[in-house]
Design a protein around this ligand. Structure first.
Ligand code: FAD
Ligand code: SF4
Ligand code: SF4
Length: 482
């Protein structure tokens, strides 16, 4: 260990931008065993590991790095999977530069971070390859059943944790595939579907029941669901796209980021997607403009270039250093030929029938707002226009109105529309109904979905154990009184 002084940081090979924009394959290779060992040995085994402090799962990073450096990969996998239900997913798509790696002590001292994410991915990919990742061996089947609405990271994690305790689990999802945004949001070049599907298959093999194409609120009512299960978890994510609302008209070539990404992901899965084939949700030979500067916007620009767009412009109202997503993904997009127009604000869509041009105003950063970020302000008379054939709005997501969708007025929501829970037990105002993931936090990260899934599973277990004890005591009293 402590080899960071003489061993430089090496990231796994990345496919050159020229070749990678021709397909949707993941762009990073996996480490060779030698590289993984060597890179793990760069860790200085900090007494207070800031990497761990800044990992939402508090992963025991220094210990599994040490095991990987000593080639004890089975133990490294066992340790890393104790705190993380999908380490190979997080290793690929966590914005490590803002989390573990961004806080690594040797990064701060100018030696280049330990490549924690790539090593985490290497350890778990190796575990899969060697057959170390097994279905859950339930030792003590319990009679209580839990209904989970939503098969994204939060729902899947809670299901796994509760199944380990022997509970009977059914996950309901309105999509035809499980995985939530792991399947239909995040593109293949960041996370190949096969990685997610292996996790789903393992859960099925562990006895978890999936009911797909099943929307709670229409296919089954929320009230009926409550009758079927002793506890319910709402993990439905956030799906309502925010709109920029520039003109009153609905232009057919102004589309939402998620519609665009879902169509692209479905095509990649060989589904028939009429709106893609008709060109509506397809960038081929088009001048594409993406509005927004977060991770979703980066996924859209990089998808558009892979679909064969003529040009891809990204408009963002702040500057590069203030972009909210991972800088690593911004740099990948720049390498792939995306044109970034920082400090720009779209002011008008123009065109007959469909938009042909976007008018944009130049911005400058003014004084800081309540959040501490400098507020963008328009520079007068600075308008320019960009020609475009397809506009993708990637301005973030809001929750759908669940009390209405579920026809359940007792489900309380916050001013942001997210579900209100008691932070002490993650229960909503309805007894036995819990909520977790993006539907509680607002649009967030996979790793936080996993964290919430683990936490809520503990609370559901406590709730069911109390219920079980209560009925056991009641029966004893009945027997005593008989
Ligand atoms: P989701 O993953 O959204 O899953 C919710 C599930 O609930 C869905 O499958 C949905 O179909 C289902 N559902 C909803 N309503 C109902 C209903 N009424 N009945 C039945 N089922 C229902 N995070 C990262 O960490 N790294 C990234 O690189 C990253 N990239 C992203 C890219 C995009 C384009 C997007 C949109 C998000 C990205 N995120 C990323 C964020 C991350 O995907 C989410 O934070 C995470 O998936 C949230 O997990 P969840 O389980 O709460 O919800
Ligand atoms: Fe880093 Fe994410 Fe892995 Fe935590 S889960 S160690 S933040 S990559
Ligand atoms: Fe190792 Fe960096 Fe974590 Fe310190 S902060 S324990 S050097 S990975």
């Amino acid at each position: 260990m402590l080899k960071f002084v003489n061993t430089p940081k090496i990231i796994p090979n990345k496919t050159s931008s020229d070749s990678r924009i021709k397909n949707f394959q993941e762009i990073y290779e996996i480490y060779s065993p030698e590289n993984a060992k060597e890179q793990s040995s760069r860790c200085s085994q900090c007494g207070i590991p800031f990497c761990q402090v800044h990992c939402p799962l508090q992963n025991n990073i220094p210990d599994w790095l040490k095991l990987a450096a000593e080639d004890r990969l089975l133990e490294a996998y066992e340790l890393s999977s104790l705190t993380n239900n999908m380490p190979e997913v997080c290793g690929r798509i966590c914005p490590q530069d803002n989390l573990c790696e961004g806080n690594c002590v040797i990064e701060k001292s100018g030696h280049g971070t330990v490549t924690i994410g790539s090593i985490e991915k290497y350890i778990t990919d190796t575990a899969w390859e060697n057959g170390w990742v097994k279905p859950i061996n339930v030792k003590n089947e319990k009679k209580y059943s839990i209904g989970i609405i939503g098969a994204g990271p939060a729902g899947l994690t809670a299901a796994e944790q509760l199944r380990k305790e022997g509970y009977q689990i059914t996950i309901y999802d309105r999509y035809d595939r499980a995985g939530g945004l792991l399947i239909y949001g995040i593109p293949n070049f960041k996370l190949e579907k096969e990685i997610v599907n292996k996790r789903i298959t393992r859960l099925i093999d562990s006895g978890i029941n999936f009911q797909l194409n099943c929307e709670i609120g229409s296919s089954i009512s929320f009230t009926d669901l409550q009758k079927k299960h002793e506890a319910i978890l709402i993990a439905t994510g956030v799906y309502k796209s925010k709109k920029i609302n520039l003109n009153d008209k609905n232009f057919p070539n102004v589309i939402s980021a998620l519609d665009f990404l879902i169509a692209s992901n479905k095509k990649g899965l060989n589904d028939i997607v009429n709106d893609f084939d008709s060109g509506k949700l397809n960038s081929l030979n088009k001048n594409v403009v993406v509005i927004g500067g977060g991770d979703t916007a980066m996924d859209c620009v990089r998808t558009a270039i892979r679909q064969g767009a003529k040009s891809v412009n990204c408009l963002y109202r702040r500057d590069q250093s203030n972009m909210p997503g991972s800088q690593r993904e911004v740099l990948n997009a720049i390498e792939e030929g995306i044109i970034f127009n920082w400090l720009t604000l779209p002011t008008e869509y123009t065109g007959n029938g469909s938009v042909k041009k976007i008018e944009i105003a130049k911005m400058q950063l003014g004084s800081a707002d309540e959040s501490g970020r400098r507020k963008p302000e328009i520079i007068n008379d600075s308008n320019v226009s960009i020609e475009c054939d397809l506009i993708i709005e990637a301005l973030g997501f809001e929750p759908e109105n669940l009390p209405i969708l579920f026809d359940e007025k007792k489900l309380e929501i916050t001013s942001q529309g997210t579900i209100k829970i008691n932070p002490k037990n993650m229960m909503t105002g309805i007894d036995g109904v819990f909520a977790a993931g993006d539907i509680v936090r607002g649009s967030s990260l996979v790793v936080w979905g996993i964290k919430d899934g683990r936490d809520v599973a503990n609370h559901i277990q406590n709730f069911l154990e109390k219920k079980e004890n209560f009925f056991a005591n009641e029966n004893v009293e009945e027997l005593n009184n008989a």
